[in-house]
Design a binder for this molecule. Structure first.
Ligand SMILES: Nc1ncnc2c1ncn2[C@@H]1O[C@H](COP(=O)(O)OP(=O)(O)OP(=O)(O)O)[C@@H](O)[C@H]1O
Length: 650
């Protein structure tokens, strides 16, 4: 009611959550600001953390030496040899060096320097979501060291690539950190992939071994995993049983070994000296989702996880003793991101062994006392449609967080309300960024499906179609492609299967007033009148309707808000048969039964006219049972574009 005369055109969307003074005071950033010493900070700060947030964010990229030193201390990054400086600049962004001269193993910072008695991992099975099991950091460290020792005894040397293809279980986390401690690179492969996809990733990374699981149990169904890995002609496999008490449910190839036998070679309590590496050595090889084409193989170094840690610290406000849950897999960047964002901040990771779509997951969140709950938009949509979380009390929750694709404000308003109005911290970046460049903040009012600040350390411009570069802080409402201003700590400097420079810098404008090229990212954003941002999806998903550029996401949002009978929408622009301007085709998933196409087309048209532009014409509407998605659950509009082209040829 307080907002009934809110002028959204002048002030941006209505906030659905406003931090209290006490809430602001308790954040990590407010505490950090108290002790921050940078010269510009001392000169210009007001003493009010909310008012000073922009200043801190600006200093975080304009003065990396001043910003990162205390942040590295705060995250307790453990160096065997300290870096000579934070950043060694170069005119080519691929040649800059973060933490030059540093010798470290980032897994030690995650496992060895914090309270060893504190919980590090919590988990439960889908069949018994309220039976929470826990492992302390000390126990996790010991198991990890044993795995690393076993790797060494099996002949694996620093620099080798070792794949992991399995659900995100305790064993997966042990293997992940064990590989990093041993100086090898973990090749992250999502557990949903078919053999050909697994084989491609093993080939690109030249993996010397793989850690996998026999089967994946979901509800009362068992899905094969080991057989897929075998079909991919994987190298030697270490195989974890899905059900430890039942033992392995597959027979192994000659040379493959069970998890238990693999570990037997190393003493359970022996200490393992972590491999001390250069900051730029590889710890992890990840693959992007492939929304825009073939997945890119992206190496993460010992520096990249610091991006994850700082995101979690500054944006989701992960605190010591917290519990962080985020249904994902090590094969997606949010898997490793979650481990580092929690452990580098002294928090525990909550791993649910089952589907996040049902009530069992909600019970787990309640019982594990989850403080920070991450998700992708399709999870919230499913919860809202089924009503499965009704009555659950997520009282420990301080915030949600969302990544992956643009969210629907209505769904997210619903989600905020279901935990008694808790903010949803949107974060957008990418596998090659090691985390986010744009996010929400617990120091600022939050509106569903918007971003309120660049992440700490990052800087970007929007490139409006009319030309020019619009900086954050310009405070002008504008739409444009977002381009990152390098350098950005954590972002990639090489790719294994493409030329890094051509993918990210070729043909890009230079940063105004410098000779440094902007870094391409390929997302379209709108800056709102209050300086917040809204994601408009991939630039490839924008279309030109009657000479006006519009993004798929905007059209979809208008339909979702205006037509109650649809659950999901995907909008694509298709060239008119025989040439001419693009035509708008809508693919819709119904909430219940499919309504008459002509009626729904009329409703969508009305919603688009009233919310966006009276010149946009809906050409066709097609019902679908579901939308095509990548393995990481992102809508593949390029597949729909192809589909509608073939429809129009019929
Ligand atoms: N909170 C968010 N809101 C909107 N979009 C998001 C959000 N988080 C991530 N994204 C989208 O996901 C992308 C990053 O995902 P990822 O690194 O897996 O690569 P991809 O773009 O999906 O795949 P590829 O680069 O192979 O095409 C972002 O560029 C953005 O398009």
């Amino acid at each position: 009611m307080v907002f009934h005369d809110w002028d959204a055109d002048a002030k941006g969307p209505v906030p659905a959550w406003i931090p209290t003074a006490e809430g602001v005071r308790d954040t990590n950033l407010a505490a950090f600001m108290n002790g921050f010493q940078a010269e510009e900070w001392q000169r210009a700060k007001t003493g009010d953390p909310q008012a000073d947030l922009d200043l801190l964010q600006r200093i975080s990229h304009s003065d990396p030496e001043a910003f990162w030193r205390p942040v590295l201390d705060h995250l307790r990054i453990h160096f065997h040899h300290k870096p000579s400086r934070i950043l060694q600049s170069a005119s080519n962004p691929d040649d800059v060096r973060w933490l030059p001269g540093a010798q470290l193993n980032i897994a030690e910072s995650a496992l060895c320097v914090r309270d060893q008695d504190a919980p590090a991992l919590l988990w439960a099975q889908e069949e018994a979501p309220d039976q929470i099991c826990a492992l302390t950091l000390g126990e996790l460290r010991l198991r990890t060291q044993r795995f690393a020792a076993a790797l060494r005894l099996a002949g694996h040397t620093p620099g080798q690539a070792i794949a992991i293809d399995m659900p995100m279980t305790v064993e997966a986390v042990v293997a992940y950190f064990g590989i990093v401690l041993a100086g090898c690179a973990a090749v992250s492969i999502a557990d949903s992939f078919a053999p050909a996809e697994i084989a491609m990733r093993l080939r690109i990374s030249n993996a010397a071994a793989i850690v996998t699981q026999d089967v994946i149990g979901r509800g009362d169904k068992l899905h094969p995993l080991y057989t897929r890995v075998v079909e991919a002609e994987a190298p030697r496999a270490v195989v974890v049983p899905a059900n430890a008490s039942a033992g392995l449910q597959v027979s192994l190839r000659r040379g493959d070994v069970s998890w238990e036998d693999f570990l037997k070679a190393a003493p359970p309590h022996g200490s393992f000296q972590a491999h001390v590496a250069d900051a730029s050595d590889v710890t992890n090889i990840l693959f992007s989702s492939g929304t825009t084409g073939e997945p890119k193989a992206i190496p993460w170094t010992h520096v990249t996880p610091i991006r994850c840690g700082v995101d979690g610290w500054a944006h989701q406000d992960v605190r010591r003793g917290d519990v962080v849950a985020w249904p994902t897999n090590l094969g997606w960047m949010m898997g490793p991101w979650l481990l580092y964002a929690a452990l580098l901040n002294g928090a525990a990771v909550a791993l649910f062994q089952g589907s996040p779509l049902g009530r069992a997951f909600g019970i787990f969140v309640e019982r594990a006392q989850v403080n920070v709950l991450g998700l992708v938009p399709s999870i919230a949509k499913a919860w809202r449609a089924s009503g499965c979380m009704k009555g659950l009390r997520w009282t420990a929750l301080r915030c949600y967080s969302s990544t992956g694709e643009a969210s629907a404000p209505e769904d997210y308003h619903w989600l905020m309300a279901r935990a008694g109005y808790k903010p949803i911290i949107e974060i957008c970046g990418g596998t090659e960024i090691g985390g986010g460049f744009l996010a929400g903040s617990m120091l600022q009012p939050q509106c569903p499906s918007t971003f309120s600040t660049p992440t700490m350390g990052s800087n970007f411009v929007l490139l409006p179609a009319a030309g020019g570069q619009s900086m954050h802080g310009d405070w002008t409402a504008v739409v444009g492609e977002l381009a990152v201003v390098p350098p950005l700590l954590g972002s990639s400097q090489r790719l294994l299967n493409r030329d890094h420079h051509s993918v990210y810098y070729k043909d890009m404008e230079v940063v105004a007033g410098t000779s440094t090229p902007l870094r391409r990212h390929g997302d379209e954003f709108e800056r709102l009148p209050n300086g917040y941002y809204r994601a408009l999806g991939r630039c490839d998903d924008t279309m030109n309707l009657g000479g006006i550029k519009v993004s798929s996401v905007e059209l979809e949002r208008a339909c979702m808000e205006g037509v109650p009978s649809i659950m999901e929408a995907a909008a694509v622009g298709v060239p008119a048969p025989g040439g001419g301007p693009e035509q708008l085709v809508l693919f819709l998933v119904p909430k219940g039964k499919r309504e008459d196409v002509a009626t729904v087309k009329h409703q969508c048209q009305a919603a688009i006219w009233s919310k966006l532009n009276p010149l946009f014409k809906v050409e066709r509407v097609l019902w679908r049972d579901s939308l095509p998605r990548t393995a990481s659950n992102k809508v593949m509009r390029r597949v729909l574009r192809d589909e509608s082209r073939s429809h129009s040829r019929l």
